[in-house]
Design a protein around this ligand. Structure first.
Ligand SMILES: [Zn+2]
Length: 553
């Protein structure tokens, strides 16, 4: 980082007065020259000037609000390019059982929570929960219908796995869905069965869909309320832009409603889903596409799934198979031909593409399809994205570079779910979420929490990118892939903006860009590595307006 002193020519211009003037700070702009300044002036929601206190003093008029930062660090507002925050916020608003790592530690505790709920919910009504992770439960196995039947014979139960790629349901729910030993696995999904061929109550990927369709309707205002909750939580964490992926029309309406009410203080890119070819046809005919909207709420990329999840052991891989399941090479959600058709339809209609692919076999299918579409349409600046790209081998990375693919990576995965990587063997642990290689190979990686898969806090991700320590084993996974704090911040700022075609308006603190910035409680560039996860946001500004002020204690 270089420090700019008081001879910044831009800063001497009389700017006609700032609305907000920050002085005496440590303003890390994240610009290409790695500029650090002490002062920043804001007018009409945009950054007017950056420089040192004296050079910018001319921006202060009688109506300027002056904020003395007392040496504190200012960063651009952080960007999370891959979340499911609507789903996450609605689970909170519904009061779903929290079966996540911090709330429960065993199947016994999960069944106890279900039993408690069954005691107060009328018979026949659904009991829902979310966030369980077999790897973090004492029993180290999936929850089954047998576990759930014993405590909930009269209520259908639906418990989402933290990965979002599988659910545990009980016999009452299986019965409602008509799933029996004779039901075939759908394309892209698995109905797990025991040795006798009976469903265990575990449904993976597309096999969950018939169950999801049976879940009760939410109150009509839940999506708008969820958007409000998302705004509040994002502001506390220093996130000023979030991409919400695979969202439904009702959820999009919820964001719009929250926006009308003035509740939406975070900027949102909404990514609709294409689950089948007909969805791509519908989107192609809509007449709007990626980028439509405004700085607050806009339509983002179109999202598809190529394979499953590591938690469900359904990612599509080449040989060797999953450890202990030598015949398990995962699932592909699309035939190659249909994926290509869907990608082409959407891209031809102006949509940016983003496709979930974790296993190398799935990533290759997506790269083949992207390559075809790029050639067919002669695209130059497409920024097609691969979501996760979990097992990113050197072969895969070479093709990503050649095709200018953007990776929506997941720095916090190494910590929260790093233990899942081991199911795929040591060689694949080496190439799991390889941030340093991306930088060395010139591949742009942006960062996503995949919330609720991992917590929404970007500080976990920034920390995990630097240390790469697995929660379960304490091991450093592929230490050669550790990156610096500044590089980690780049994933959450500049690169996030780039992934969303927004580098002209955000991602760095530069004159003319949106005044989205945060004040944090320590100098993130020099603190001890392990403190990064503990960084507290003191203030968050969006368009120069304060949307969060840490309550004074
Ligand atoms: Zn996701």
């Amino acid at each position: 980082m270089s420090r700019v002193h008081g001879n910044n020519p831009k800063a001497r211009i009389d700017h006609g007065g700032a609305d907000l003037f920050l002085r005496n700070g440590h303003v890390v702009t994240m610009d290409g020259a790695r500029t650090v300044v002490t002062a920043m002036a804001v007018r009409e929601g945009k950054i007017l000037a950056l420089g040192d206190d004296e050079a910018l003093a001319g921006c202060v008029t009688s109506r300027t609000r002056v904020l003395d930062l007392h040496g504190r660090t200012v960063l651009p507002g952080l960007i999370d390019v891959h979340t499911h925050v609507m789903q996450w916020a609605k689970a909170i608003l519904r009061g779903e059982i929290d079966a996540g790592h911090n709330a429960v530690h065993s199947i016994a505790e999960i069944t106890k929570a279900v039993a408690n709920r069954a005691a107060i919910v009328p018979h026949g009504q659904w009991i829902r929960g979310t966030g369980w992770d077999d790897e973090k439960l004492t029993e180290r196995r999936y929850v089954t219908r047998h576990d759930l039947d014993s405590v909930s014979p009269n209520h259908p139960v639906y418990l989402n796995h933290v990965s979002g790629h599988l659910a545990a349901i009980n016999s009452a729910a299986l019965k409602l869905a008509g799933v029996t030993r004779n039901t075939c696995d759908p394309q892209g999904g698995v109905i797990e069965r025991d040795a006798a061929g009976e469903p265990t109550g575990i449904l993976k990927d597309t096999a969950m869909e018939p169950l999801i369709a049976l879940l009760p309707n939410d109150p009509p205002d839940i999506n708008a309320r969820a958007a409000k909750l998302i705004s509040e939580r994002a502001a506390e964490l220093g996130l000023t832009t979030i991409h919400d992926i695979y969202i439904t029309p009702d959820e999009m309406r919820g964001y719009q409603e929250a926006c009308r009410h003035g509740w939406l203080t975070v900027r949102i890119q909404m990514s609709p889903a294409v689950g089948k070819l007909a969805d791509a046809e519908t989107l192609a005919q809509m007449g709007v596409s990626s980028g439509f909207g405004d700085d607050r709420l806009k339509i983002g990329a179109v999202k598809m799934f190529a394979d499953g999840g590591m938690g469900a052991r359904t990612i599509a891989i080449h040989a060797p198979g999953v450890i202990g399941e030598p015949d398990n090479f995962g699932v592909l959600c699309w035939t190659a031909a249909d994926m290509q058709k869907a990608h082409l339809l959407a891209a031809a209609a102006g949509w940016q593409l983003e496709t979930h692919a974790i296993g190398d076999r799935a990533i290759e299918q997506v790269l083949d399809s992207y390559e075809y579409v790029i050639r067919q349409l002669g695209l130059k600046d497409h920024r097609f994205r691969i979501v996760h790209a979990g097992i990113s081998t050197p072969t895969v990375q070479k093709r990503m570079r050649e095709l200018n693919i953007v990776v929506d990576g997941n720095p916090p995965f190494v910590y929260w779910i790093g233990s899942w990587f081991f199911k795929y063997g040591q060689e694949r642990v080496r190439w799991s979420y390889p941030a340093k290689s991306y930088i060395e190979n010139g591949i742009i990686e942006a960062a996503g929490s995949d919330c609720p898969v991992t917590p929404l806090s970007p500080w976990w991700g920034i920390w995990a990118a630097v240390v790469r320590r697995d929660l379960q084993t304490g091991q450093i996974l592929a230490p050669e892939e550790c990156i610096s704090v500044e590089q980690a911040l780049t994933l959450y700022t500049r690169n996030g903006a780039y992934a969303g075609f927004e580098e002209g308006s955000k991602g760095t603190l530069e004159p003319g860009k949106l005044a989205d910035f945060i004040v944090v409680d320590r100098d993130v560039l020099t603190v001890a590595e392990d403190e990064l996860k503990d960084v507290k946001v003191l203030q968050t500004f969006v368009s120069g307006r304060s949307v969060y002020d840490q309550p004074s204690t």
